[in-house]
Design a binder for this molecule. Structure first.
Ligand code: PEP
Length: 247
């Protein structure tokens, strides 16, 4: 399968930030891995325009589960697609924490994304307290079972394992821990959606940087990365794209 380097700009970026897109696509015109940036909703259309004709794909960071209606401030999956996106990040831990998103809501959003032909990047991962209590596999397994829609396929679903305590902290699990959890996710996903699970990209996310990317990408069942802070600068994200392309 082709690996995926996905960047999450979160609530960062103005029109001037699109200079990073130009630098990234010029430096990486034909990477061996897939390359995706997910800017805030306000920038999706502009970034999609800037990425036209390049290897860069553009995604959103959230959608409402409904197709349309009286939901002030929300955007639907169809709107995100119409703006030029191909992917949607769903159930990021910041949305689970800041907006109380449950597994059931994440699943409904993933269904909405798939219904309009977007690839759903479903995020799962334990908090530090859950890890300290030895509950990592339990938490990740429960989130996976609850957040993944029936009928998800390798073409419509990506899973991002992102330990909450590793996001934006510079800390990561050990390499054997990442390998163990990704193997567990692959097995549980197989229970959930059958043989299709073999082709679903499993991304690692949480303080991926150019300096640790090579070792993480060498692990079995790591099919790419979801990158926050290091995706904001073309040079850093480009180094991660290069590491993944070589893996
Ligand atoms: C994220 O929030 O998806 C993330 C992985 O952030 P960072 O790379 O900054 O840890």
């Amino acid at each position: 399968m082709r690996k995926l380097a996905a960047g999450n700009w979160k609530m960062n970026g103005l029109a001037a930030s699109l200079a990073e897109v130009k630098a990234l696509t010029e430096a990486h015109p034909a990477p061996a891995c897939e390359m995706l940036l997910c800017p805030p909703a306000t920038l999706i259309a502009q970034m999609a325009g800037a990425a036209k004709g390049t290897a860069l794909m553009v995604g959103g960071q959230d959608c409402h589960p409904k197709a349309s209606g009286a939901h002030t401030g929300d955007v639907s999956a169809a709107m995100v697609k119409d703006a030029g996106a191909s992917h949607l990040i769903l159930g990021h831990s910041e949305r689970r924490a800041d907006h109380g998103e449950t597994d059931a809501l994440v699943r409904a959003k993933a269904e909405a994304a798939m219904a309009v032909g977007l690839v759903a990047i479903v995020c799962i991962g334990e908090t530090e307290a859950e890890r300290d209590a030895g509950r990592t596999l339990n938490v990740v397994g429960t989130q996976l079972a609850g957040s993944v829609p029936d009928g998800a396929t390798a073409a419509t679903l990506v899973i991002a394992y992102e330990p909450v305590w590793a996001i934006g902290t510079g800390r990561t699990p050990t390499l054997p821990e990442i390998a163990e959890i990704h193997a567990f996710i692959r097995a549980r996903l197989t229970d959930r959606i059958g043989a299709e699970a073999a082709g679903v990209r499993l991304l690692y996310g949480g303080s991926v940087k150019p300096s640790n990317a090579v070792d993480i990408f060498a692990l079995a069942n790591v099919d790419g990365a979801l990158v926050g802070g290091a995706s904001l600068k073309a040079a850093d994200f480009g180094a991660i794209v290069a590491a993944l392309s070589a893996a």
